[in-house]
Design a protein around this ligand. Structure first.
Ligand SMILES: NC(=O)c1ccc[n+]([C@@H]2O[C@H](COP(=O)([O-])OP(=O)(O)OC[C@H]3O[C@@H](n4cnc5c(N)ncnc54)[C@H](OP(=O)(O)O)[C@@H]3O)[C@@H](O)[C@H]2O)c1
Length: 274
């Protein structure tokens, strides 16, 4: 048995397991012999993932089709996973809304909070209790580089990711004595369907794009070693800059850069550090 499976197996719950970063995490866990409970809404994508991982890696994959932004979703996940010996929760599912906050649909912003904050908070509460009762396991939260500061044009999204970063940092300390490792993975720009669907031309920004497999590997490798991890050197610098210079500067800088990279609007945000 691999060390990883021994520590965080035999089952992992992965939310948002069917595409992007969640899919890469699921594949890497399966390659390590960990059985997967994959959660997402699209049933076809869940069936495809199940076939791919079971045939490719000889693991067992349970699928749960659920909209995690709904208020009873966490209870459904709790019930449907109760018979499995879960050693790892990967709270990955998330959405973004871009644009000026006041122009965005308030229902979409509320749904974002339900999925990006309420769901990981409730799931981590459920699984922290189970994992601590068995005396070992892990929780991997997926935040974002944008969680390290307020970011104009993705204001509610960046705020939701700041919550996850803060929650995970605190739980890392609370749960360690109980045998539960907690890590917050904060990716920068990663080539996934989420990014493909944004009205932003990221090639106009001074940032690098990472492959989801690399991001997944960095997150899984950090479990049990680090409370927080940011993939890539440039992203690490972005994450740390607001601790070295006035916090308002990178906030304004990102607002300026994102406003110039938008593909559906010419409205520009000025960069005037004060
Ligand atoms: N890509 C980036 O550049 C980037 C950067 C920083 C942080 N992140 C974070 O990384 C995480 C994964 O993002 P990604 O880029 O890999 O996104 P993605 O490719 O769009 O994948 C999102 C996954 O979440 C599922 N999902 C979406 N809404 C859901 C809902 N209401 N209920 C249950 N499942 C839902 C999707 O499946 P269904 O649609 O079938 O439900 C899919 O499996 C997110 O938390 C995101 O904020 C991404």
């Amino acid at each position: 048995m691999s060390n990883f499976k021994e520590k965080y197996g035999p089952w992992a719950v992965v939310t948002g397991a069917t595409t992007g970063i969640g899919k890469s995490i699921s594949k890497q866990l399966a390659a390590d012999g960990v059985n997967i409970i994959a959660v997402a809404r699209n049933e076809t994508n869940l069936s495809t993932l199940k076939a791919e991982l079971e045939v490719g890696h000889g693991v067992t994959v349970d699928t749960i089709s659920a909209d995690l932004s709904l208020s009873d979703a966490s209870n459904v996940i709790a019930e449907k996973t109760a018979h499995r010996d879960v050693g790892l929760l990967v709270a990955n599912a998330g959405i973004e809304n871009d644009g000026f906050f006041i122009e965005n649909d308030i229902n979409a912003e509320s749904k974002l909070l339900a999925l990006n904050i309420q769901s990981p908070m409730q799931l981590s509460h459920i699984f922290a209790q189970r994992l601590s009762a068995r005396g070992k396991g892990g929780i991997l939260f997926v935040s974002s580089l944008f969680g390290y500061q307020g970011v104009p044009l993705v204001a509610n999204y960046s705020a939701s990711k700041a919550y996850i970063l803060s929650l995970g940092e605190a739980l890392n300390v609370e749960l360690r004595p109980l045998g539960v490792d907690v890590t917050v993975l904060s990716p920068g720009l990663t080539k996934t369907p989420m990014v493909d669907n944004m009205a932003i031309d990221f090639s106009k920004m001074p940032i690098t794009t990472h492959d989801p497999a690399m991001v997944a590997r960095v997150g899984l490798n950090a479990l049990g070693k680090k409370a927080t991890v940011v993939p890539g050197l440039i992203n690490k610098i972005y994450a740390w800059e607001n601790r070295l210079i006035p916090r308002s500067w990178p906030v304004k800088l990102f607002g300026f850069l994102l406003s110039r990279a938008r593909t559906n609007s010419d409205a520009e945000i000025e960069f005037r550090p004060e």
